[in-house]
Design a protein. Structure first.
Length: 249
């Protein structure tokens, strides 16, 4: 794991570059605990294990050690991640920041303190509202007790609210004006609540996830030269894990 964290810190987009880096700098090889440098194939096998199983195990243990409070307030949002134009597994999508781009989207579910609870990493053409119900259920599988989730107007959908209700989570989102004049109870009540001092104060906490995205970007979250879903996904997992572990230090 130390070598993978080293790869992420120095923004090495390929395992081959990591192996070359460790060979050229024996000091880092020693810090990673390698008496002799493993073969590239060994790094590739461990990376596949981490992506498929290891991340969830380490992430779950990290959340447990953080001792997150029950009934927490959480935030959900997505950010665009550009990839190489030669990435055949990426897709074209739209975002507020980049407009039209080719790459992936990271849907992130966090506490208001900035701890990454769970995530979804998908091609950029997948709509936000199609991802969130499964993401909310994942938090339950992790044993997280979330009382309220804040989100922007993209998450104002009946399916998301029904999923949240089944998990006893209160969704607090902006009203999506593209849905027309809202006559349902949620549209009438939420519109008035967000205009109150309490509603505005609570909803403004949603800005915490924007700051988190900026922090993760500074840590190398976006890799415009990367190509391949698995390679990019592995990189995103490492960035999120390193971010959460930082709360334990």
């Amino acid at each position: 794991m130390k070598s993978f964290f080293l790869k992420t810190y120095f923004r090495l987009d390929l395992l081959r570059k990591l192996v070359r880096y460790l060979r050229e700098f024996p000091y880092f090889q020693h810090l990673c605990g390698f008496p002799t440098l493993p073969h590239l194939a060994t790094f590739a096998r461990v990376a596949a294990w981490f992506r498929e199983e290891g991340y969830e195990e380490i992430h779950t243990e990290t959340l447990h050690r953080l001792g997150l409070q029950h009934g927490m307030l959480a935030v959900i949002d997505s950010t665009a991640l550009r990839s190489s134009l030669y990435d055949s597994q990426a897709a074209y999508g739209k975002s507020t920041r980049l407009h039209m781009f080719k790459g992936y989207k990271l849907h992130l579910y966090t506490s208001v303190e900035g701890v990454a609870l769970t995530y979804a990493f998908v091609p950029a053409n997948r709509h936000d509202s199609a991802i969130i119900p499964a993401l909310l259920r994942t938090s339950e599988n992790l044993g997280l007790e979330v009382a309220c989730v804040l989100g922007d107007a993209a998450y104002d959908s009946r399916e998301i609210r029904e999923t949240a209700d089944s998990l006893r989570i209160q969704m607090l989102t902006a009203i999506n004006k593209r849905n027309g004049v809202r006559k349902d109870g949620y549209g009438r009540v939420m519109s008035d609540f967000l205009q109150t001092a309490m509603g505005a104060t609570i909803f403004n906490l949603r800005n915490q996830i924007e700051r988190l995205f900026h922090t993760l970007t500074d840590k190398g979250l976006e890799g415009p030269r990367m190509f391949g879903y698995n390679r990019y996904h592995f990189h995103v997992q490492l960035v999120l894990l390193m971010h959460n572990i930082g709360y334990l230090l």
